[in-house]
Design a protein. Structure first.
Length: 255
């Protein structure tokens, strides 16, 4: 059973003690690929070192995370833009708007998002969007700049059925992770009504570990729990969920 983790941060220091074992665990669980979204200029070196050391398993993205948009964000964007011209990346990500942690830099986040959307359109690359408490704001920006070619993933989806339908209408896929397994979440009810052809699975490791591992450091091997939960709520064999979500990820990242 082949699986792809479409979103994980295995290069972070949380994995410094056992990163090789985490990669082994992922392969043993059937993962063929793990996609690594960048955060900011400080994470590029560690991310690329991991990918260069194991290019069959790990593939990098390049982007500026909205929570890293600070007073010097234009300098960070300049550096990230240079990297996009120097080597191949699977996507521009993760990018977007986050109004959960800090609303004071909303304007700067908008501008950074627009810049990176323009890069994606110019290069015809997929994007991976971070949208915490900001669906409406993100939809507004996409509606403003989209030339019809923007495509990719709304990662770590936890929104409403209406927001899910809007994402699909825009031509994007929806990333589902451990939140779908949480007892008090209602995401399972939303997932039940989303066409499997528009879903990909992810971990967002080291964050959001799924039940039965909730509260622990997440890792890519545990994406199988996400696939199993989707299979349960959709009354499908887990093998079908794995096959379709893997195919979706390959289509997005042009494997």
């Amino acid at each position: 059973m082949e699986l792809i983790d479409s979103h994980a941060h295995i290069y972070l220091e949380n994995f410094n003690g056992d990163r090789d074992q985490v990669a082994e665990n992922a392969r043993a669980a059937g993962l063929s690929r793990i996609y690594l979204p960048n955060i900011d200029t400080e994470t590029i070196g560690d991310m690329l070192e991991l990918c260069d050391g194991d290019p069959q398993l790990f593939r990098p993205m390049m982007g500026l995370h909205p929570t890293s948009v600070d007073e010097g964000y234009t300098g960070q964007l300049e550096s990230i833009g240079e990297w996009l011209g120097q080597r191949e990346f699977a996507a521009i990500g993760e990018i977007g708007i986050d109004l959960y942690w800090d609303k004071s830099r909303f304007t700067q986040q908008q501008e950074a998002f627009k810049t990176q959307l323009q890069w994606a359109m110019n290069k015809n690359m997929p994007i991976v969007i971070h949208s915490r408490e900001s669906f409406r704001e993100i939809f507004d920006v996409i509606d403003e700049v989209n030339d019809g070619t923007l495509h990719g993933i709304f990662h770590s989806f936890s929104g409403t059925p209406e927001e899910a339908r809007h994402i699909i209408d825009l031509g994007f896929y929806i990333g589902i992770n451990g939140i779908v397994t949480f007892k008090n979440a209602t995401l399972d009810q939303v997932v039940r009504d989303i066409d499997l052809d528009r879903l990909v699975v992810e971990t967002d490791a080291p964050f959001l570990a799924p039940v039965p591992r909730r509260g622990k450091r997440n890792e890519s091997a545990w994406v199988r729990y996400v696939a199993e939960k989707i299979a349960e709520v959709k009354h499908l064999p887990v093998e079908e969920v794995a096959a379709v979500t893997t195919r979706n990820a390959k289509n997005i990242f042009l494997i």
